[in-house]
Design a protein around this ligand. Structure first.
Ligand SMILES: [Zn+2]
Length: 316
């Protein structure tokens, strides 16, 4: 299901639609990072506890499945000498109790001078530095989707994922095979592959080029409705505005997209390119999705009129 592309990230989180960390795992390219702060720590705790299910393509099942995560555990020693007993506890719960007892605004204010907010303390720093988040397919526990994250101070960087973003995204493209040109399909694959490997500007250049070609294709459909000269001179964002009725409404009516697209590629930083990539990719999917549904509607109508004409000739 695709909803608002400007939710910035596809909303396919099953049990917790708005979990920012689950979204990050699913959509960020390698070496992208996000801040851990007081406002989002609750989401991270839920994720580490294994309470956030995600919906993703399973390479083994060859279709979209619900995945659940193995809660992360950590080990600690008890006893005065530190070696009496080794016990295991839930990392999510440990972070939750640290937040409630030490790092909450209230607890910090009680101390003087107020301590800086942190998401962990030294006790678990070793466990949280490098974490593997193991998602398991709900149809078969041998089907995995693994993420590796590195945390430094108050930020989290995605440094590993298997199957790769490219492996998981290519099957999505099959849905549009009737309406995408060979050239666009190939370059979209290249763009996704580059993005999956942490290449920002390189992947974004391909994506912009594909979007521009799709916009020109829509212009062909609009034919003489739009002034050619004005169209040629306009920037891509303006071109989209002119093509109202020929491109999905969500693109034409949303001003955020103009902000993103009106920046030339040379004006963008590597990080901005990586940030905009999922949104621009979604724009491309929206256009292809619109054309695919029009194509299907036409095919259904053709089939119906063929069936009707064969009946009409037999009841004469
Ligand atoms: Zn599976």
């Amino acid at each position: 299901m695709r909803h608002n592309i400007f939710d910035s990230i596809p909303s396919n989180i099953v049990s917790s639609k708005d979990n920012v960390f689950a979204n990050f795992l699913q959509t960020a390219g390698l070496y992208d990072s996000m801040k851990i702060d007081e406002d989002n720590i609750a989401y991270l705790i839920e994720l580490l506890k294994g309470n956030v299910k995600i919906s993703a393509y399973c390479k083994e099942c060859k279709q979209e499945r619900v995945f659940y995560m193995k809660p992360i555990e950590y080990y600690f020693e008890t006893g005065p000498d530190g070696n009496e007993e080794i016990r295991c506890a839930s990392l999510g719960e440990k972070i939750e109790s640290l937040q409630n007892m030490i790092f909450s605004t209230k607890s910090r204010q009680e101390k003087s001078p107020a301590e800086e907010w942190k998401w962990i303390n030294w006790q678990i720093a070793d466990t949280t530095r490098l974490m593997k988040l193991e998602y398991i397919c709900s149809m078969d526990e041998k089907h995995h989707l693994d993420y590796i994250v590195l945390t430094t101070d108050n930020s989290m960087m995605k440094i590993g994922q298997y199957p790769s973003i490219a492996d998981m995204t290519f099957p999505e493209l099959d849905a549009y095979k009737h309406v995408i040109s060979k050239e666009d399909r190939k370059e979209l694959g290249t763009a996704i592959g580059l993005f999956a490997n942490g290449v920002g500007a390189g992947s974004y250049v391909y994506l912009r080029r594909i979007l521009e070609r799709l916009v020109y294709k829509a212009k062909e459909a609009a034919a003489d409705v739009i002034d050619n000269e004005m169209f040629e001179q306009a920037r891509v964002a303006e071109k989209i505005k002119m093509l109202e009725g020929y491109l999905p409404d969500i693109l034409v009516k949303n001003t955020t997209i103009y902000g993103i697209l009106s920046k030339g590629i040379h004006e963008l930083s590597e990080e901005e390119c990586r940030k905009y990539f999922p949104v621009v990719k979604e724009c491309i999917y929206q256009i292809l999705g619109m054309w695919e549904s029009e194509r299907r509607k036409q095919a259904d109508e053709d089939a119906l009129s063929k069936a009707l004409s064969s009946i009409s000739s037999s009841i004469k």
